[in-house]
Every structure is written in C-alpha cells, then in structure tokens.
Design a protein around this ligand. Sequence first.
Ligand code: GLP
Length: 237
Amino acid sequence: MAEVVIVPSAAEAGEIAADAIAAQVSSRADSVLGLATGSTPLTTWKALAALSLDLSRVRGFALDEYVGLPAGHPENYRSVITREVVEPLGLTPSLVRVPGDDGPAQGAGERYEDAIVAAGGVDLQILGIGRTGHIGFNEPGSSLASLTRVKTLTQQTRIDNARFFPSLEDVPTHCITQGLGTILRARHLVLLAFGSAKAAAVAAALEGAVSAGTPGSVVQLHPRVTVILDEDAAADL
Ligand code: GLP
C-alpha cells in the first residue's frame, strides 16, 4: 500500500525522503540503500548531507548503469553516484556497487543479484520515475518479475537524458538495470517525482492498471511504499 505525500516543493520532498533514510540508518548503521541517479533524488541527497550523519558503514546498490561508456566518463552512473552521493554523504566507495562494475556485461546481472542477496537485501530503495513510466531503466514492456539485466533504452529516454551529453548520438543505446522484480524485493520503496512532465507517469503508476506497459505500476504490488510528490507531479491523481 502506498502512502502518498504531496508537498509544495522538491526541497521539502527531499527532506522527507532524507528523514526516512536517517530513520533506516539509525536503526542499523550498515543498512543497505538502493541508490537512484537522475535529477529527482538530488534534493534528498542535499537534505541528507545537511543531517551530518555518519554513513560510512552504509552499503549501497545503484539501480542502473549505461552500457558502453568508458570507466571514468562523467556521465556513467558510477561517476554520478560517486560525485552526487558517495562523496557529499561520506559513504565508503568500496561499499557502493553499480550494476556491471565487477566485470563483463555478460553475467553481470546474475552477479549483481547475488551481491544484493549476500548483503541481506535492500532496506530502502530511492526511486525516480521517467516520463515513459520507467523505474530504474525498466522501460515499458519490462517483465514485472524481471531481475538485473541488459536492456535497450527507448528513444524517449535517450532524448530526455541527452541534456547530460554533448548530443543525442552520444547517449548510450543500452543499459544494465535492476529489474522490476529486483526493485520489489527491497523492503521499503521511496518514490519521488517533481514537475508537470511527470504527472501522467505518476498517475498511471499509482492509479492505472498494474502492467508491464507501465513499469512504475509495480509499486502497487509492494506492501511498503512512500510516494513523495510536488503539486505539479500530483496534478493528474
Ligand atoms: C533516468 C534514470 C532513472 C530515473 C529517471 C528519471 O534515466 N535511469 O533511474 O529515475 O530516468 O530521471 P530524472 O530524475 O532526471 O527525471
């Protein structure tokens, strides 16, 4: 069941999400966090940094990664997570994993699933949602039971993410992402969305039919979901 919180600003949403993370980490210093990239979680990381917690024992698993960007490329999600999460929050780099960071793409999905299980599972997963309704990089058509695997990005998502690259041609065509089934195994999902461009995807995810055509709708199958929206993203509910 989803608890839906609607607040006036992304900054306030970030404070609520940061408080949820703080509560989780205060219950266990080596909690396992599911980390998301994109612009949506930025206010969460900012609010969390302002709490000045010791997060050095926290373990992290990123949702997704591009395939084909060289190591050290500023837009691969390992770099993004390092820059936006690990360094400002004082996480320990070796405790943070990104899909495919341990070798070839072949078999990387299974290895990532094994690593999450070995860590005891994700305690709290931060999620954004794409305009196509994707969570992680699970585009429409993703199996509801899917696990971490290599996927093709939709053209819409490549266009949406082109703002981070010199041109659309530079945006990778493939990714490796936790599956919808992987995400559903996390014990607490915290989904954030801001702005009118997300309103349709949010309404479809929360109030539409649960279907592979609307990947975000899997949150309806999860027993513990906190959805934090600004008023524009909530406009179609
Ligand atoms: C990106 C990421 C997702 C993210 C979504 C929304 O492509 N792979 O994890 O949630 O799309 O991005 P943003 O938060 O920038 O709107």
